[in-house]
Write a protein that binds this ligand. Structure first.
Ligand SMILES: *[C@@H]1O[C@H](CO)[C@@H](O)[C@H](O)[C@H]1NC(C)=O
Ligand SMILES: *[C@@H]1O[C@H](CO)[C@@H](O)[C@H](O)[C@H]1NC(C)=O
Ligand SMILES: *[C@@H]1O[C@H](CO)[C@@H](O)[C@H](O)[C@H]1NC(C)=O
Ligand SMILES: *[C@@H]1O[C@H](CO)[C@@H](O)[C@H](O)[C@H]1NC(C)=O
Length: 781
């Protein structure tokens, strides 16, 4: 098979370079970001998302009947760190196609729109975007919008439309500039390469298949329907051959052409071979002979496909009505159920018609965050992520499950960003949150079902979300006259798979009744105006309201409390200069605390934030106490109980009031009675209660045990003692005995395992650990 290759190299005025090669038979878009300077490998998800942004608007501008395999490669060769490359990549691809031989219908360009301080900003810098209320990507031609994708923190429909309007102006300007460029240095278009089937063939095919086709399309089950369509297609070819219309010598037949429409009907094509890079191939490889008087078999099949599509489309809105009898704004029945998985941290089953999402929320500590690489921030970690999976079984197919497809990544991102604005700030809820949405069955709008299910599952996991949100997929048929309607656009709420595939515009909106959080729109025809869009958005708002209302009836309702299986996270603040004390040299201390207490992780921040993640309360409490003690700032007058005597000198005992923090309890402060030597009454390892009575200039701590003893009566006593009176010996011993018994009793009580009890134990251990003796402010020495 002869192939044609041609390469166009186009340099975008700003910083983008796009290499375009195109060869026979296929239309795929690959984009590959490579930052040469910093050798950052952009995560494949990020790449896929940018690919989709390029792919979606470009596809509708490819002419029908153009069968050359086309590949667009996009690289970032140089990145200034200021401008985000994604919207430039769309424009660059648009320029490359415009300059090439591809007989594209119109030039496309893309922009990003931010809303900063009430002002719309076109292609804002990454820095500006940090303060933007809106992140809207848009692509279109000089006269029409083709794609919109936006994320915001509860913006109204009106604001969104204003942004779209602003974007449209900018796109128009860019497209004009590109057209000037094309006039100067564009290649001659391969108009000859467009081969449309002869028009009279449509009539022949329709004549032969007509009624049978209608019947075949009404078959509900996918496989029988596919079979019926195949058989019918075969029949059309046979009849036309018998009549002498078809030239049988046409090379390699098209076996796949039929699948395309049938597949399209189910909202989602399942990528059979699990190949991520294959992309959403809509134009299938087709080999064809130049037109002759006879019809090529290939053409017959193509026409058959188109005729079927037309019938399908007609069936969706016959007489301005939907095929399943719903009114345009009516939603399918909704049912939700929470907490159905007892061991998961949070779960919800959201069902809307025949589309169902099983959403599961898992809470984790900081170290479970997903690390992502993109061009903007080289090492960002995400503390919230949503994974969407669409297994073949949900549409009744068998297939291999491999890496997530492009489509799955795209839908997952949409649902993730729809839910992001409702999450509590990390200070309030320090968990890493992961939502998995598995589509258990699908007939349209599965990504929006993931938003609804995800929202319920978050609540079930006890995440204190700001407001509940819901998502809805909408469709639009612009010209209803064709179907016997009154001509005004028909806006369809909650579309099924078939409606998705056959409408002129489909869009997905998530949010609550007063604002939008995520928004994605693909427009397939020209002529959709802003007022139509507005009308559609308003209808979507009503739909969200209805869904939220239905979600609130979830039975059982979301538990709204942390699961007992969820890890515990405790955040404490210490003085920033104490953080190193917790970490220890080379992380020694922190490691020993983790090991000793059995917590999952301890994370420290430079600002003095300490985040402890634990599986159970007792280990959490243990590590809390150790850290508190490690970093404590002693205050005069504070009482420290059950402290170990670490060493004894003739003039007193060194008592550890916190791991690594020792103070001197002078012999005169050890007991209410007189002692000649500290060893007489105490030994190393004894535990006593002490009060901090002084911190001297050197930061040394002076402690008193006497001050806490019941019959210690003030200064006079101490003077007596230091003066060397012997009378007090006996009562002092009594005291000592009392004190010891009390201490043993407490110790005994605290032996059984449990939070508090274990705490003491761990502290003893930690006190012995060498790592803790790093405390710089030890009173002695
Ligand atoms: C999707 O739902 C519609 C409406 O309920 C129904 O007519 C259609 O047959 C369903 N499609 C599939 C593939 O089940
Ligand atoms: C919807 O979101 C807005 C935030 O823009 C909030 O003020 C409002 O209370 C939410 N409505 C409900 C019912 O939660
Ligand atoms: C320090 O540890 C002791 C036990 O050795 C405990 O009684 C005390 O409450 C701890 N101090 C702080 C501030 O947690
Ligand atoms: C630990 O011991 C104390 C007595 O000192 C007791 O009151 C408490 O219930 C115990 N804690 C646990 C969690 O068992």
């Amino acid at each position: 098979m002869e192939k044609q290759f041609s390469t166009v190299l186009s340099v975008c005025p700003i910083l983008q370079m796009t290499l375009l090669t195109f060869s026979l038979y296929r239309f795929t878009i690959k984009s590959d970001f490579q930052l040469l300077e910093e050798l950052v490998v952009v995560s494949s998800n990020e790449k896929v998302l940018v690919c989709r942004l390029i792919d979606r608007p470009l596809r509708p501008t490819m002419p029908k009947g153009f069968y050359y395999e086309t590949q667009i490669l996009s690289w970032v060769f140089s990145y200034d760190g200021i401008h985000s490359p994604d919207c430039l990549a769309i424009t660059a691809a648009g320029i490359a196609v415009a300059l090439s031989e591809i007989p594209n219908k119109q030039t496309i360009a893309g922009v990003r729109i931010g809303l900063i301080n009430g002002q719309f900003v076109i292609n804002p810098t990454t820095e500006q975007m940090e303060n933007s209320e809106l992140d809207l990507m848009m692509a279109g031609t000089d006269s029409a919008i083709l794609m919109i994708e936006g994320y915001c923190d509860f913006l109204t429909e009106e604001k969104l439309l204003e942004a779209v309007e602003a974007g449209q102006v900018a796109i128009r300007e860019i497209c004009k500039a590109i057209d000037v460029l094309v006039q100067n240095c564009g290649k001659k278009k391969m108009v000859d390469a467009i081969n449309l089937p002869p028009p009279e063939l449509y009539r022949h095919v329709e004549d032969i298949s007509g009624d049978e086709l209608l019947k075949a399309l009404q078959i509900k089950e996918k496989i029988p329907r596919r079979k019926a369509l195949s058989a019918l297609e075969e029949k059309v070819v046979t009849i036309l051959s018998e009549q002498g219309y078809v030239s049988k010598d046409s090379s390699s037949g098209v076996t796949e052409s039929l699948d395309v429409i049938v597949e399209d009907e189910d909202e989602d094509e399942v990528i059979v071979d699990g190949e991520v890079d294959e992309g959403d191939v809509h134009i299938k490889p087709v080999s064809r002979k130049p037109p002759c008087q006879l019809f090529a078999e290939v053409d017959v099949k193509l026409v058959f496909k188109e005729v079927s599509s037309k019938y399908l489309r007609r069936r969706i809105v016959e007489g301005g009505k939907r095929s399943d009898g719903r009114s345009p704004w009516e939603l399918r029945p909704i049912n939700s159920q929470c907490g159905l998985l007892p061991r998961a941290h949070g779960s919800a089953l959201f069902t809307r018609g025949e589309t169902q999402s099983l959403a599961v929320v898992t809470l984790g500590g900081y170290q479970m965050a997903q690390r992502i690489d993109n061009l903007v921030d080289t090492e960002e970690s995400k503390s919230f992520y949503l994974q969407y999976s669409f297994p073949p079984s949900c549409v009744g197919e068998v297939g291999r499950i491999g890496a997530p497809s492009r489509r799955e990544i795209g839908h997952g991102m949409l649902a993730e960003r729809a839910l992001e604005p409702i999450l509590p700030p990390e200070e309030d809820f320090p968990y890493t949150i992961r939502v998995e949405s598995t589509i258990t069955e699908s007939n349209g709008s599965s990504s929006m079902a993931s938003v609804c299910g995800g929202c319920l599952a978050l609540q079930d996991a006890g995440v204190p979300i700001k407001f509940p949100v819901a998502g809805i997929a909408m469709g639009l048929v612009l010209d209803t006259q064709e179907f016997g309607g009154n001509g005004s656009p028909l806006i369809l709420s909650d579309i099924t798979g078939a409606e998705d595939a056959s409408g002129d515009m489909d869009f997905k909106v998530a949010g609550n009744e007063s604002g939008i959080t995520a928004f994605q729109m693909d427009i397939k025809v020209v002529g959709i105006t802003l007022p139509v869009m507005e009308q559609a958005l308003l209808q979507a708002r009503g739909g969200r309201q209805h869904i939220l209302n239905e979600m609130s009836k979830s039975s059982p309702p979301p538990s709204k409390a942390l699961s007992r299986h969820a890890p515990l996270i405790h955040i404490m603040k210490v003085k920033p200069n104490k953080v190193n004390l917790i970490i220890g040299s080379g992380g020694k201390t922190i490691k020993s605390i983790i090991e000793e207490t059995g917590v999952d992780a301890i994370d420290t921040g430079d600002d003095g934030t300490v985040k402890i993640t634990a599986r159970d309360l007792s280990s959490l409490e243990k590590s809390k106490t150790i850290i508190a003690n490690l970093t404590m700032v002693p205050k005069v007058g504070e009482i420290y109980r059950n402290c170990e005597i670490k060493s004894i000198a003739p003039y007193g005992a060194f008592v550890e009031i916190a791991p690594g923090r020792e103070g001197l309890c002078h012999i005169s402060e050890l007991s209410s009675g007189w002692l000649s030597k500290a060893e007489d009454a105490f030994k190393v390892g004894d535990r006593i209660d002490v009060k901090l009575i002084e911190i001297n200039d050197k930061g040394q701590l002076r402690l008193s045990s006497r001050a806490l003893l019941p019959d210690a009566d003030s200064e006079s006593n101490s003077k007596q003692q230091s003066s060397g009176s012997t009378n007090e010996k006996v009562p002092q011993k009594d005291n000592l005995i009392k004190m010891t018994t009390r201490r043993t009793k407490r110790k005994k009580q605290s032996e059984p395992s449990g939070a508090e009890n274990a705490t003491t134990k761990s502290l003893e251990k930690s006190a012995a650990a060498p790592a803790t003796s790093q405390g710089s402010e030890t009173a002695t020495k």
